[in-house]
Write a protein that binds this ligand. Structure first.
Ligand code: MG
Length: 291
């Protein structure tokens, strides 16, 4: 099941996508229920209720996709350095921050977060923030969506708490990340969290071996698989939830593989006009242009 949030005839809607038929079935919910997009559907299902009826089916070409969850209820949790090849390129670039600049795999998962207001949808513009950063970078990531409330979730039970997945671009200002010795500020600027194009339920994805690819202006930059994770999804959920309650609709980005702009010599940072396209197997493509 693929659930999208979109504008159709000037109204925000939530619906079920059929990519083969290029159609979206619009759920029969009110404007206030659709206000935060697919968050309403995730909460409905978490409460044991069934999906709303489909009111109308429309062509995918006739809608404007928005971020599937317009404004996450709290910060997006992110895992740093979860692919060994990326850990090595960060160390080599000299752009690692604080105590995390080592080339060794971290012993425990590293967490940081992005503010909810940084979220934008498919085709929305990534702001270049000229004058503030000169080292704008991309990070293709598989993000998981929590479907059930829990704390102290064991590794064995962890996947029961996953509703599904989406794509996130963990856009980063490398100069800010180095200057401020931490990732939160440098990764939370307005528009720094492209998300989409929609949510996909977990049954449609092999999370243990899903391809993650990223192109800039058509040039393939990142090409890896979640089989390369240092910490798998069960470990990430168990670690994060040990003392923090997770709620339906919470989003956890699982880290990026090698091939980010700062990993090249010389670095290939983003500039206005660049088009970043991320594709993850079983989800689709998330594309955004820098402005
Ligand atoms: Mg990242």
């Amino acid at each position: 099941m693929k659930i999208a949030t979109f504008i159709y005839q000037q109204q925000r809607c939530v619906g079920q996508v059929d990519p083969e038929a290029q159609k979206i079935g619009i759920f029969d919910i009110s404007q206030s229920q659709a206000k935060n997009g697919a968050q309403y559907i995730i909460e409905l299902l978490a409460n044991g209720e069934t999906l709303p009826e489909i009111r109308q089916s429309v062509a995918l070409a006739d809608v404007i996709l928005e971020a599937p969850i317009i404004r996450p209820r709290r910060n997006i949790f992110c895992v740093g350095k979860n692919y060994l090849d990326h850990v090595k390129e960060v160390a080599k670039s000299g752009l690692g921050s604080g105590t995390t600049s080592s080339a060794a795999a971290p012993e425990y998962p590293i967490f940081f977060s992005k503010v909810p207001e940084s979220v934008i949808g498919h085709q929305a513009s990534i702001l270049s923030h000229e004058g503030l950063t000169e080292q704008l970078d991309y990070e293709a990531e598989l993000a998981l969506i929590i479907g059930k409330q829990g704390r102290g979730i064991s590794q064995e039970e962890a996947l029961d708490y996953v509703w599904g997945y989406t794509i996130i671009n963990d856009v980063s200002a490398r100069d800010l990340q180095k200057r401020h010795q931490q990732w939160h500020l440098a990764k939370s600027l307005d528009s720094f969290c492209p998300m989409g194009p929609w949510l996909v339920s977990k049954d449609e994805i092999n999370h243990q071996d899903t391809l993650v690819k990223c192109w800039v202006n058509g040039e393939l930059r990142q090409n890896s698989s979640t089989s390369q994770f240092i910490f798998d999804i069960s470990t990430i959920i168990a670690t994060l939830s040990a003392g923090i309650t997770l709620y339906p609709g919470d989003i956890i980005a699982t880290g990026t593989p090698s091939g980010v702009g700062m990993g090249f010599s010389p670095p290939k940072f983003l500039k206005s006009g660049d088009v970043v396209t991320i594709e993850i197997d079983g989800i689709g493509k998330l594309e955004n242009t820098v402005r």
